[in-house]
Design a protein around this ligand. Structure first.
Ligand code: FPP
Length: 241
C-alpha cells in the first residue's frame, strides 16, 4: 500500500520477530536457516515501513534471555547481526540518503567488542538523520532497561542531587535506550504467541497489539499492511472515556 492509503499511521511500531525456529523445523532445516530468512525479512519490512513513512520502528533481534539458547544458535544470530552491521557500514551513503538513523537498544557490555565497534560506528554516523529511526534491540530486556534507568536516578538521589519525591516519569523515560523517541503505538507479534516477552515494557504502556499466526520469515508487507489497517480502526482512549 501507499502512505496516502492510511488515515493514521503509528508513530512507533515494535516488531517481535518470532517463529524463525518453527519455520525452519517445518522445512526440516536447521534453526539457523530460519534466522537467515528472518534477517532477510527484517530488511524487507524495515525498508517497507520506512517507505510508508513510519518514523520509528523497533525490531526485537535478541533478548537478554536468548543467551540460554544453544551456543551454536546464539553464534548464528550474532553472525547475522554482524553481517547486517557490515552492510550498514558499507552502504552508509544509502542510509544517509534515505535519512535513516540506526540505533541499538540493549546492554552492549555482553556483545562481542568487534560488533560493538560497528554498532557505535553506525549509530554515530547516522545520528543526524531524522526521517526514519530504526531501532534494533540486541541483548535487550525491558525490565533490565527500567532497572538501569532507576539505578542512575538512585545514584543521583544518594548523592543528594535530586530528592526521591521529585523523580518524575520523564526522569525514568530519559534514562531508557529510547530516550526522546515517542512511545510505542503498535506492537506486532507474528507466529501465534500473544505476549510481550520483556520487549519495550515501559514504551508499550498504551500500545495496541496485533498478532498473527504467520511465522516471521513468511511475514509479508501485506501482513504489515493488515496490522496498520487494524491499528487505524482501534479507538485509543489512553485511560480516558
Ligand atoms: C525468534 O524466533 C527470533 C529470534 C530469537 C532471533 C531473531 C533474529 C533475527 C531475525 C536475525 C538477526 C537480526 C538482525 C537484526 C539482522 P524463534 O527462534 O524463537 O522461533 P521459534 O519460536 O519458532 O523457535
Amino acid at each position: 500500500m501507499k502512505p496516502e492509503d492510511f488515515s493514521v499511521l503509528p508513530a512507533h511500531v515494535g516488531v517481535i520477530m518470532d517463529g524463525n525456529g518453527r519455520w525452519a523445523k517445518q522445512r526440516g532445516l536447521p534453526r539457523s536457516s530460519g534466522h537467515i530468512e528472518g534477517a532477510k525479512n527484517f530488511r524487507r519490512i524495515g525498508e517497507y515501513a520506512g517507505d510508508l513513512g513510519i518514523k520509528h520502528i523497533s525490531f526485537y533481534a535478541f533478548s537478554t534471555e536468548n543467551w540460554s539458547r544453544p551456543q551454536q544458535e546464539v553464534a548464528a544470530i550474532m553472525d547475522l547481526f554482524g553481517d547486517y552491521l557490515e552492510e550498514a557500514r558499507e552502504r552508509l551513503d544509502e542510509n544517509l540518503e534515505k535519512g535513516i538513523r540506526l540505533r541499538f537498544l540493549g546492554d552492549k557490555s555482553r556483545i562481542d567488542p568487534r560488533l560493538v565497534k560497528l554498532m557505535d560506528f553506525v549509530e554515530d554516523a547516522t545520528k543526524e538523520m531524522t526521517k526514519v529511526n530504526l531501532n534494533i534491540a540486541v541483548n535487550y530486556g525491558g525490565q533490565q532497561e527500567i532497572l538501569h534507568s532507576v539505578q542512575q536516578l538512585a545514584k543521583k538521589a544518594a548523592a543528594g542531587e535530586i530528592a526521591p519525591s521529585d523523580i518524575t516519569l520523564e526522569d525514568i523515560e530519559s534514562g531508557l535506550y529510547t530516550a526522546g523517541q515517542p512511545p510505542v503505538d503498535l506492537v506486532i507479534r507474528p507466529s501465534g504467541e500473544q505476549r510481550l516477552s520483556n520487549f519495550l515494557l515501559w514504551q508499550s504502556a498504551y500500545a495496541e497489539f496485533w498478532y498473527s499466526d504467520v511465522l516471521w520469515p513468511d511475514f509479508s508487507t501485506d501482513d504489515f499492511d493488515q496490522a496498520l489497517l487494524a491499528f487505524e480502526k482501534r479507538n485509543r482512549r489512553f485511560g480516558g472515556v
